[in-house]
Design a binder for this molecule. Structure first.
Ligand code: SF4
Length: 176
């Protein structure tokens, strides 16, 4: 029997690369929780792309709070680290812990994240923290480890004409 899985989604394009891989084994509910994304227009573009994707698959999507202050508080002191450094570690951890917490609140036995999909992200680091929070909340973390080809696959994104962002998400990655 398929298990219910809460999938943290960073953007529609990354999610488009993993949904079909998870669908045979899991009942997926999406969770768009990305208070790192600024400005608000950019946030809306990425949320809308995620909504288009989840509508396409007839899957539920939970919209997390757009709590930018929480994100800025989480990275205070590390704002100007290079991409991939400690600011990003905190950014990943915030989103993973919120996902673990919500999976607990809504009794999902499993959770996962699309954060590992982007070829510029350290998938091993993210998966290790996913496993850490899973243990903390007594959940199963499902690591998403795509092949190099799958990490660049745009088949569904092009078919649905999903918005493709030009920077990671925060003001520091956008230089705005
Ligand atoms: S560069 Fe990306 S992962 Fe790093 S802090 Fe900014 S939004 Fe988060």
């Amino acid at each position: 029997m398929k298990k219910n899985l809460l999938l943290h989604v960073c953007c529609g394009v990354c999610a488009s690369r993993v949904i079909e891989k998870l669908l045979p084994s899991y009942n997926i509910t999406g969770f768009f929780y990305n208070p790192n994304i600024e400005p608000p227009d950019e946030y809306q573009h990425r949320l809308q792309a995620t909504e288009i994707l989840f509508n396409h698959y007839h899957l539920d999507l939970i919209r997390g709070d757009y709590e930018t202050k929480t994100w800025h508080d989480a990275v205070t002191g590390f704002e100007h680290w290079a991409e991939g450094g400690r600011r990003c570690w905190r950014c990943f951890k915030l989103r993973l812990e919120e996902t673990a917490e919500l999976s607990d609140e809504k009794t999902f036995p499993c959770f996962a994240t699309t954060l590992t999909v982007n070829p510029h992200k350290d998938a091993q680091f993210i998966n290790n923290w996913g496993l850490y929070y899973a243990k903390l909340y007594n959940k199963k973390y499902v690591p998403i480890n795509l092949s190099a080809d799958d990490r660049y696959n745009l088949t569904i994104a092009k078919k649905l004409d999903l918005y493709r962002q030009k920077y990671c998400g925060c003001v520091y990655s956008a230089n705005i």
